[in-house]
Design a protein around this ligand. Sequence first.
Ligand code: G6P
Length: 748
Amino acid sequence: MRLSLRFVVPLLVALGIFAYAALPLVDRLMLRWLSRDLEVRSSQIAKTAEDPLRNLVQSGSPDHIPQLLARITRDERLLAVAFCPAGSADAIATPTLPVELRCSDLDRFADPPNDLLQTAAGGGPVYVSVQPVNAGSGVGLGRLVLVHDVSFIARRSSETREYLFFFFVGLGITVALITVVIAQLSWRGWVQGLRALLRGEGLLRPSGKPYVPELQPIARDLRALIRDLGAAPRRPDEDHVAWTPDTLRTLLRGELRGQEVIVVSNREPYIHMRQNGQITVWRPASGLVTALEPVMRACSGTWIAHGGGSADREVVDAHDRIAVPPPPAPPAYHLRRVWLTEQQEAGYYYGFANEGLWPLCHIAHVRPTFRTSDWEQYAAANRLFARAVADEARSDDPIVLVHDYHFALLPRLIRESLPEATIITFWHIPWPNPEAFGICPWREEVLDGLLGSSILGFHTQFHCNNFLDTIERLIEARVDREMFTVSYRGELTAVKRYPISIDWPAPRAATAVPVEQCRAAVRQRHGLPEGHAIGIGVDRLDYTKGVEERLRAIERLFELQPEWLGKFTFVQLAAPTRTRIEHYQQYQARVEALAARINERFKHAAYPAVILRIDHHEPESVYEYYRGADVCVVTSLHDGMNLVSKEFVAARDDNAGVLILSQFTGASRELPEAIIVNPYDTDQCAAALQLALTMPKEEQRARMRLMRELIKEFNVYRWAGRMLRDAAGMRRRGRISHSMVAAARAAL
Ligand code: G6P
């Protein structure tokens, strides 16, 4: 409005001045036109009266002149007429002649507009025209004075003023309206252009036309300025900063102004189970939980997850919350449990998430199954979690970290209830190519849901690229390959690579039992002699983990290098997972059968070839195996990151042990010092095992040191810190762009 007034007020003032100057001018112009008319008329009357006047004067009957004059007055609708004979000062006139008019004083009426005379009687102005009367052959007989009543001129003039006044008012209003409309339209274009610019879209409308061509020259400068303003205040050595829980806390308190953090995942960090009448706490086998738990300990806040343990309901308060970690550790954050019915869990978790999206996103040759009923439960469960987020949020703009493929719809649902929230979604598993993703019958809904996020993270650049390809192929959105952003429904989602990691130093390192003791304990547990070589595999019993391929490689090693029989045993710790799903049941049966067959084949050896432990293992026990083993084998067929590989390296503070790592894990990009293998190539894997078992200690140390350096530097605090720092930058940019747009709005 203020901006419109800036246009309208000067315009109206200019119009007023113009009108003020124009009115007297118009008056004068009108008078001139009328004088000219009256003059022409008077001359005609004089010509008509000339002959009778001459006759009366020359015939010596001047007494009849007044009658003639009275007739002229009547006929011609004049106010008065007078005849001034030549050489006489006395006028022969009608009685209506104004007293001010004298024959001796007629010269002043020679030029218009002096012909106007204001009569003394207050009868209003009169127009006086003096016309010569000739006696013939150029001899002057006298002068005829014709007096017109021109009070109508005053009336007409005031009417004209009125018309002109209304004309200028109308003109002013019309021009003001046009100005305001054009200003509003142009300004709207500016604001839209500015917003598009702030979203990083450039200055083109979706149609390809510019919002405001005038903005184009400054677009790049403006974007650079906003980026600079929004960028986190960086320390010069920031990328070399050692990320610790304290660094993360400082970031939260500083750049994020103590803003609350809400985390959502399906799997909870602590599961309360009732066993033999006792409540025990389990820590689930989940890379997601392994990574997030230390972050939450540092950040505090609330973790919302499905309460799936048999005693979970018994330990929560009236708001379904419990402070964790459980004693004796001091509580650091809240776990808010969400309850699902059996039917919801079956459709949402077992069905759409794990029979649909999980195989869809992993290249593991298991066909995804999509059922409408599962999809409906998936959507319902996502709505349930969205309500829990809204419940837990203490402000309008919390930072919400949504985790994994269980919650593809959640970012959009949160965005609807908390439009100001900063939503970081992290997809912990791979993202397939567009053809593969296109199989999903609800692909548009899934993408729409995910694009409710402010930031969408993947472990690798390859998965980011796959996601952007999918967006370009399947929905109407603008993808910026330079900035790695997607603009959709007027909102911007940054698609970024954040390779996940683990806690560093390993939480158990301080209290760790020496490696030698771990080696002895593990061998003793399985009845193996001292010096016996041990390989270790730690996985959920999932078909993506390549456990069958691994066991076949062990078998091949014994075939090719039989000297290892009785000297090397492979211990596979396998946590049962998603056991209600048929594919998982079949997989477990196949792995068990394969291990049994291999052991049967090599039963003549003094010690078993394979020890398979399908059971839940607590982190402390797994840690002991990592430290007690000579080689750790990770042969995932497809894995977003794989944290087992990083945990093994973190556990080896003795710089010994060898890691064999599948080339199809995200971790293989970060740990090239591992022996990288193709798990489908059995011979190659067997050769890798041979290489690992015979690797000199010095080489083991060199490789292990490099891998440990990397994990130390790129630990989970850096992973979370980078996401939160990007979120902080985004919030700053959001605030800047809001205030710019609000200022633009207020100006209108
Ligand atoms: C993968 C997923 C996690 C999940 C974990 C364990 O790592 O990315 O979201 O928690 O597997 O699977 P589960 O189904 O037991 O939670």
